[in-house]
Design a protein around this ligand. Sequence first.
Ligand code: PMP
Ligand code: GLN
Length: 392
Amino acid sequence: MKPTNPVFTGIDTTVFETMSRLAMAHEAVNLGQGFPDVDGPEDIRGVAAEALIAGPNQYPPMLGLPALRQAVADANKRFYGLDVDPGSEVMVTSGATEALADCLFALVSPGDEVVLIEPLYDCYLPLVKQAGGVPVRVRVTPPTWGLDREALRQAFSEKTKAILINNPMNPTAKVFSESELQLIADLCVEHDVYAICDEVYEHLVFDGARHLPLMGFDGMRERTVRIGSAGKTFSLTGWKVGYVTGPAALMDPIAKAHQWVTFTTPPNLQKAVAYGLAKDDSYFSGLAGDLTAKRDRMAAGLAALGFSVLPCAATYFLTCGIAGLGLGATDVEACETLVRDAGVAAVPVSAFYGSDAPTGFIRFCFCKREEVIDEALARLSAFLTADRAESA
Ligand code: PMP
Ligand code: GLN
């Protein structure tokens, strides 16, 4: 038989699914895959439920319900001062994942180079490759996850078509500084490069920091597409409702990619997300405040157990160094040990690299109820204490 597509053949199942399956098999507390353990606001779910019964439940317009496209444009103005035309500059997708595929398929041609910043979200490499793009990887480095500016400069050339940047960043919980973003913007303008901005964690930013969309930098409005996700903004990850904002000239091919990938997204969910985006400021600040408290609770507990907890400015995730804990030779081994013997699932950070990954870091997801965080910490404590006693 002829070989099937190597981009998808023989590659591993995503680490998030793998760890969730292991968590279930071992009845572990699942701090691996990033999802909240409490559903998002009941009023938003209520709007979706009512719309499901009242209908219509037929194909909505391909680019999204007008109400949601308007709500996305309004949110761009309200949160970032960006003027966006809902009719030509916004499109609704089935999650940010579909939006990423649409943008890459529409903007990248075979042979084009695409700059990616490692560690990177795991769908980026296969999607770039399927688009025919050539990934050019640049790193941010622990413990501060500072960007290697010289390496970034070197990564841009005449062949560069796009940079794909995740800000705030999974799994590092980094928020790119204004000067880092300025450098990225300058390079994009200098080399005539598109920016695909995965900003699904835009509202999960802590300690009074503000999210700065790259789209708002000088010269970037006409070359940037910005991706958001209702999954993250409303703690409804299973809904898979995403949205893309970009200049009309780029949205045109992106919409053509969307029409052959999913075509539309469930109309009742779109209606509810439109309602959600119009919620008042207290909802958005409350979400960040709630997550800050969970971050602090888990970070303090992990640090007390001997994990080297790295700074966390945003997202759902804490990354920790595991040196000296005796959990195994690599992050993968450590996660296997923890899920099997401690009953706590985490994710190895090496899964977020194309090659030559550091192997001393694991990621814990903290968007869980207090009692769940405490249970996980108690299990880790019991395991680490027992382990130390045995090996002492
Ligand atoms: N980008 C990043 C950085 C993510 O962490 C995730 C996971 N939620 C996604 C994209 C995918 O988002 P969605 O579930 O809306 O497809
Ligand atoms: N974004 C989530 C994470 O980083 C996982 C989403 C998924 O499983 N595809 O954990």
